[in-house]
Design a binder for this molecule. Structure first.
Ligand code: DX5
Ligand code: ZN
Length: 224
């Protein structure tokens, strides 16, 4: 399993979200993003219940694993993520992120992800207060701050997420923790710079980055 160190101050790792890729040319899309400088790949798994959209399961994650050595950050937008952890980790996920709003017991699911050899992450939707995840911070390697309601790419960035990022930076330092802070939804050069300034370590970008005329320049712009 691969993972990433904390990036240097005011820089960020860049995670293309494959939701915006051309799935008829998935290997080319992955190789192209890797050549353009992507640091990891973000995989959006949706069940049609937790969010009103369906994407893919472990079978596709395993196919993606065979296309790249980049770390795979699997974002589970599932009502019952706890039922599928082993499958997603066996398929090659390096990090598995569950939602605080899911039906799973977060403490048990996060411990299970680590036991199975992957990096545990927790995510929260824009309306959810940080209080919901604070008890779990010592158990995670990644916090994924959603800056759109999950379900679809191409939505506008909700700036209230910036305050959550700043607060997480403060809590992490105070508590002596070392999780990475990732941000997902509506990330482009401008919103990405604001997230980096706030202290985000990973910027997830789907539609903006895949549509960028020059993806390497897009990744450099996001990375700072
Ligand atoms: C939204 C997903 C995101 C999505 C981001 O539910 O979690 O990862 O792909 O896409 P953009 O960057 O287009 O908002
Ligand atoms: Zn995502």
């Amino acid at each position: 399993m691969n993972w990433l160190p904390r990036p240097a101050e005011r820089t960020a790792h860049v995670a293309p979200s494959l939701l915006a890729a051309d799935f008829a040319a998935l290997r080319e899309e992955i190789e192209n993003m890797e050549a353009a400088g992507a640091d990891l790949l973000h995989l959006d798994v949706m069940d049609g219940h937790f969010v009103p959209n369906l994407t893919f399961g472990p079978f596709i994650v395993e196919a993606i694993r065979r296309c790249t050595r980049l770390p795979l950050d699997t974002h589970l937008m599932l009502v019952h993520p706890d039922r599928y952890l082993q499958q997603f980790i066996q398929a090659g996920s390096d990090a598995v992120t569950i939602h605080a709003e899911s039906a799973a017991d977060p403490a048990a699911a996060l411990a299970e992800i680590r036991r199975l050899g992957a990096r545990p992450g927790i995510s929260l939707n824009p309306p959810t207060a940080l209080d919901a995840i604070i008890p779990h911070l010592p158990a995670v390697d990644l916090v994924l701050v959603m800056t759109v309601m999950p379900g679809f790419g191409g939505q506008a960035f909700a700036a209230a997420g910036l305050e959550k990022i700043r607060e997480l930076v403060r809590i992490r330092a105070e508590a002596g923790l070392d999780f990475l802070i990732s941000v997902d939804g509506g990330i482009n050069a401008e919103t990405g710079a604001a997230c980096r300034e706030a202290g985000a370590d990973i910027l997830v970008s789907g539609s903006w980055l895949f549509q960028a005329p020059d993806r390497a320049a897009g990744i450099r712009a996001l990375g700072g």
